[in-house]
Design a protein around this ligand. Structure first.
Ligand code: MTE
Ligand code: MO
Length: 402
């Protein structure tokens, strides 16, 4: 069956409406309204295999999962997982011979270059984990910080397979005693003629981040696609997305933090209106967070009677402990229950609350508490970059029950 592309249909529909309005002399003030409706952008070449209907394409390097697409899946399929690239991805030819992919290991007793094939022989674990961009929720900041205005869809829960970093270090005689950071470098080809430090994706993490970190080659049981950092990716569970270095080519145990701009000035919690500087806290561990995925305003009015409210909850390096749900914008709360599999401390949990709702308007919100007792706050922590938004009020949704 031949289907007309949605964007084409939309263009025709708009053309028709604008023409009709023009004929009655209303086009001049209605036009800006039409130009606000975002055009449906095509998926970039390295991601054409994704499920376009589940995604919002912000740009060729920033693609978000639609809130309604999360459903009740404990695991986010690769076809629906968000993408965030600071640089264009490397050529797909780096996947031609994945077992030959080299990674330099430095700051250990025996610095060396290992091939992916050798890593695979060192051991293998599976690690279900929430991958979330630190800018997820930026779209809720009223002051519109620069950067992609993600709402909830710069996140997903996926299963990585790889070798524990600690095992690799052990095989190489341990890390140098003066090392304080684990520094990972991305394998992008850097644009010529610019200072490498101004563009390279390189992040330094405190050694504590090593605990459950892995060098991963599979995602959801298949080789990691280029879009998500294949052939080899550093996975640091519990830490914000940017710290999970794709196509990793170097892992170094260093005395100092990387001088790369993305480390020194990028991803810092700078005061609103202020400038980033290396003394400000970096975006590291994720904070406790939850949101509702159903019902949503975009899926229409809900029939009166028993309504099933469902969503996801997770934290950083602590597991999530409980979730409460409100149907009145946070005036009163009821305990939700977890459903579905518990895939470990770094995965998200699905929660459900069934409530009887008569016809009316309801503001649904959820708030989570983790095993350390950290609770999701009502209000976001204001910052210039729009990072770390876990405000339950920002993530609330208004629904109609009819
Ligand atoms: N090499 C490299 N690694 C990277 C990035 C990048 O641009 N290059 N982006 C980071 C950011 S900001 C995020 S949020 C995640 C996104 O991972 P995904 O595209 O697989 O969803 O990868 C991180 N790792
Ligand atoms: Mo990110």
């Amino acid at each position: 069956m031949h289907r007309t592309p949605e964007s084409f249909e939309r263009r025709c529909a708009l053309k028709g409406s604008v023409a009709a309005l023009a004929s009655i002399g209303m086009a001049s003030w209605t036009l800006p309204v039409f130009s606000q409706s975002a055009p449906v952008r095509p998926l970039p070449a390295y991601a054409t295999w994704k499920d376009a209907g589940s995604l919002i394409v912000h740009s060729a390097t920033t693609i978000e999962t639609k809130r309604a697409a999360f459903g009740m899946g404990a695991i986010t399929p690769a076809s629906q997982l968000y993408i965030r690239n600071n640089l264009p991805p490397p050529s797909a030819s780096i996947l031609d011979d994945v077992n030959a992919w080299p990674i330099q290991i430095e700051g250990v007793k025996t610095p060396t270059t290992l091939r992916l094939k050798e890593l695979k022989a060192m051991g293998e674990v599976q690690l279900p984990m929430v991958l979330q961009c630190s800018g997820n929720g930026r779209g809720f900041f009223p002051n519109k910080p620069s950067g992609t205005p993600w709402t909830v869809g710069a996140a997903g829960c996926v299963i990585w397979t790889g070798v524990p970093v600690r095992q690799v270090i052990k095989a190489l005689g341990g890390i140098n005693k003066d090392s304080r950071y684990m520094t990972g470098t991305g394998g992008e080809v850097l644009p010529a003629g610019v200072d490498a430090n101004s563009v390279v994706v390189e992040r330094s993490l405190p050694l504590a981040a090593m605990k459950d970190a892995i060098l991963a080659w599979d995602m959801n049981g298949s080789p990691i696609p280029l879009a998500h950092g294949g052939p080899l990716r550093l996975i640091v569970p519990g830490y914000q997305g940017v710290n999970n270095i794709k196509y990793i080519k170097r892992l170094a145990f260093t005395e100092a933090e990387s001088q790369a701009r993305i480390m020194s000035h990028g991803y810092r919690m700078s005061p609103p209106g202020g400038k980033a500087d290396p003394s400000q806290p970096s975006v590291l561990e994720m904070n406790v967070k939850s949101w509702i995925n159903s019902p949503l305003p975009e899926t229409g009015a809900v029939p009166a009677g028993p309504v099933r409210i469902q969503g996801v909850a997770f934290s950083g390096t602590a597991a999530v402990q409980r979730v409460e749900v409100s149907v009145d914008g946070g005036s009163s709360w009821q305990a939700a229950r977890f459903v579905g599999p518990d895939l470990g401390p770094y995965a998200w949990r699905q929660f459900v609350l069934e409530v009887a709702l008569p016809p009316g308007q309801y503001k649904l919100a959820s708030r989570a508490v983790d095993m350390r007792g950290a609770a999701q706050p009502q209000v976001r922590e204001e910052n210039a970059g729009g990072y770390n938004n876990n405000s339950w009020a920002d993530h609330a949704v208004q629904i109609t029950v009819a």
